[in-house]
Write a protein that binds this ligand. Structure first.
Ligand code: PGA
Length: 257
């Protein structure tokens, strides 16, 4: 096994600082001595400091849900990489579908965020995924390639080790409608081959995200090229998240090809 399976909780705009710290403390205990799994959490900006305190002596890493590319400046409502690093963050998401579709972030803007995060020395979890309309009109691969191209065109080979990709079909996020293993396998294969066609043999780990839950996770982690999961709803309850960690620890297959 080359690297551990990654289980990343995206808490979105949920939990106050106190609530987030309480959940983080439970996760810290539940994630001790893991053999096959790395656990990351992404709380809201205001919860980062209390979560950092709760996780400081644990094996769990924390990061942000978004980051700006400039270190400081007149960007009302934004947060910079140096600010995140001061709070001990090791990663930031970029291009989450809620950023793209609710807040209108374009491929180019997402790429700017990605390069700011990389330049600042954090790992980026680059989220990509198609809408239902795009899937139904046969554009899934084209959309994934377009979203990746914005980053791939400018990335330096030495930056690739700081990248994780998350494939999250928009129609499966928060809907309870999980993609089939065939759909996941096909999308991950598309991402993998497109990335490697631009930068041979460098494709980063690819997480699946979209209604991951204890009752579907064992099947998902065994899909070829699934390196872990980005989990929204099921990461907000310790009982569910604990089950996902346990499943990840039990399933031995990582990446089969
Ligand atoms: P979900 O969210 O697990 O609630 O579907 C996943 C995500 O948006 O990262």
């Amino acid at each position: 096994m080359k690297r551990k399976r990654l289980l990343a909780g995206n808490w979105k705009m949920n939990l106050t600082g106190k609530e987030a710290a309480a959940l983080a403390s439970q996760i810290a205990t539940g994630a001790a001595n893991l053999q096959r799994t790395e656990v990351w959490v992404a709380p809201t900006f205001t919860s980062l400091a209390p979560v950092a305190q709760a996780l400081q002596h644990s094996q769990v890493s924390w990061g942000a849900q978004n980051a700006h590319w400039e270190p400081c400046g007149a960007f009302t409502g934004e947060t910079s990489v140096p600010m995140l690093k001061e709070l001990g963050c090791s990663f930031s998401l970029a291009g989450h579908s809620e950023r793209r579709h609710i807040f209108g972030e374009t491929d180019e803007l997402v790429a700017q965020r990605v390069f700011g995060i990389l330049k600042g020395g954090l790992t980026v979890v680059l989220c990509v995924g198609e809408t239902l309309k795009e899937r139904e009109s046969g554009q899934t691969n084209a959309v994934l390639e377009r979203q990746l191209r914005a980053v791939l065109d400018k990335i330096e080979p030495e930056q690739v080790k700081q990248v994780i990709i998350a494939y999250e079909p928009v129609w499966a996020i928060g809907t309870g409608k999980v993609a089939t293993t065939k759909e996941i396998e096909a999308a991950h294969a598309c991402i993998h081959s497109f990335w490697n066609s631009k930068l041979p043999d460098t494709c980063p780990p690819i997480l699946y995200g979209g209604s991951v839950a204890p009752d579907n996770f064992a099947e998902i982690v065994q899909v070829p090229l699934v390196g872990g999961a980005l989990v929204g709803g099921a990461s907000l309850t310790f009982e569910k998240f604990k089950k996902l960690i346990a499943i990840s620890e039990e399933v031995t297959v990582l990446v089969r090809n």
